[in-house]
Design a protein around this ligand. Structure first.
Ligand SMILES: [Fe+2]
Length: 434
């Protein structure tokens, strides 16, 4: 079945490329940060983190390790959750002034994505829209390499340490768009699951659904052979559709989410579950960094664009704020009900990896079994019950669809391409589930 999914297509891509950072995983490995930075040739480092992390033991571990290795560093911590163009411009200015020879990011996706994007504008200054594709800008390729980057994630969801993308809120559009370039891939990832020991349950839940959706979207993505062949191999995007590599990593990440998500949310002391989720987040990053996500991520952007007067429990952000993982999973049951017929076998397999009860399910049930399992996991982790629960109603559906339809690359990476009317129906089906 796996091979059939990648049947050659006339005019379609004939090969796929895998890119990965050098990768270290293990409880306590954050103390290696100084030696690893030295190994990358760093002597004067820009250390990106956020203001909360700067007061934690994890920051102290990293800074002590850098000092022990004789590496000088300056800290940039003025990073909000979901960084915008202003954050990136400030960070780029910090990088230019500091004359650094390397970058370390210690934080969640917001911190790592700020480090990636700010290097682009510090080294290759341009009008902000330049490196984003339509509708933001012309999608000019990032011209060359960035500084060596050692990425140290502190949440079990984003996977940004393993991807060549950066997600930034563009103020002019008031929503997020993706910048992608092979040059954005960190050189090394240092993944210490002990940093998740103190994460609140709500954060483990929302980031856990981010990892789950990364893996689920990868596994059900359009096959790379169905994307057009690109003549210049160096111009090939890493968001190239499902491929045998992304299948392998996505499958394991789905199995981890199916087995450990509820446990990791329920019990802060369950290190087995929380460590597994951290590994799953990186695996899902390795998968979607080489395949791309699709409709659940595309349709999350309309939600974070139009959210109003809502702050999700467990986060200290001011309203309006919906965590990324919640914005993605909240429509996911309705999305996979819609997509199931686009790749039924893939959906049935993915449901099985998530430990769904699908022994008697046939092709016509493919979307439903995925949706049912997602809803079960959402209920067991106290997720909001659909769009109604985060402040949206039927009157918002058209505007949500009009916003998300702009995420063209992701929409076309799905096994079935949604138009505006489809998106309206999906959002209508996502208002509440139980
Ligand atoms: Fe995500």
């Amino acid at each position: 079945m796996g091979c059939q999914y990648f049947e050659p297509e006339r005019g379609g891509a004939e090969s796929y490329t895998v890119a990965m950072p050098k990768f270290t995983f293990g409880r306590g490995c954050l103390k290696e940060v100084g030696e690893r930075a030295a190994g990358l040739g760093m002597k004067r480092v820009a250390l990106f983190t956020d203001s909360y992390l700067q007061s934690t033991e994890y920051f102290a571990t990293a800074s002590d390790s850098l000092q022990s290795s004789g590496i000088a560093f300056d800290v940039f911590s003025d990073i909000r959750i979901e960084p915008d163009d202003d954050t990136i411009c400030q960070a780029a200015k910090f990088l230019k002034q500091g004359r650094f020879d390397g970058v370390i990011s210690l934080g969640g996706g917001s911190v790592m994505d700020t480090a990636k994007a700010s290097m682009v504008y510090a080294l290759y200054p341009a009008e902000f829209s330049t490196y984003f594709g339509p509708p933001v800008g012309p999608g000019t390729a990032v011209p060359g390499p960035l500084l060596p980057h050692l990425a140290c994630p502190t949440t079990s969801g984003t996977g940004s340490e393993c991807t060549s993308v950066s997600v930034i809120r563009i103020s002019r559009f008031n929503t997020k768009f993706v910048m992608g370039s092979p040059h954005l891939l960190p050189d090394e990832a240092l993944v210490d699951p002990a940093v998740c020991d103190t994460l609140p349950a709500k954060v483990v839940a929302s980031t856990g659904f981010d990892l789950l959706c990364h893996a689920l979207e990868c596994y059900t993505a359009k096959a790379y052979t169905k994307w057009e062949k690109v003549d210049n191999p160096l111009a090939r995007t890493m968001l190239q559709g499902a491929n045998p590599w992304s299948d392998m990593a996505a499958r394991k990440a789905l199995e981890i989410a199916g087995e450990y998500l509820v446990r990791g949310v329920a019990d802060q002391t369950d290190h087995q579950a929380r460590d597994a989720l951290m590994w799953g987040a990186s695996l899902a990053g390795m998968a979607f960094g080489n395949s791309g996500t699709h409709l659940a991520h595309a349709m999350s952007y309309g939600i974070t664009h139009l959210m109003d007067n809502i702050t999700t429990e467990g986060y200290t952000m001011e309203s309006p704020f919906i965590p990324h993982g919640i914005s993605v999973v909240i429509s996911a049951p309705a999305i996979f009900r819609y997509l199931g017929e686009g790749a039924p076998e893939r959906h049935l397999q993915a449901a099985g990896f998530l430990a769904a009860d699908c022994l008697d399910a046939g092709s016509e049930d493919a979307g439903e079994v995925v949706a049912t399992r997602l809803i079960e996991l959402m209920q067991n982790t106290q997720m909001p019950n659909g769009l109604n629960a985060v402040g949206f109603g039927s009157d918002d559906i058209q505007a949500l669809a009009r916003s998300s339809i702009r995420q063209t690359r992701a929409i076309h990476n799905a096994p079935k391409v949604a138009n505006l009317t489809d998106m309206e129906s999906i959002y209508a089906g996502a208002l509440s589930y139980w």
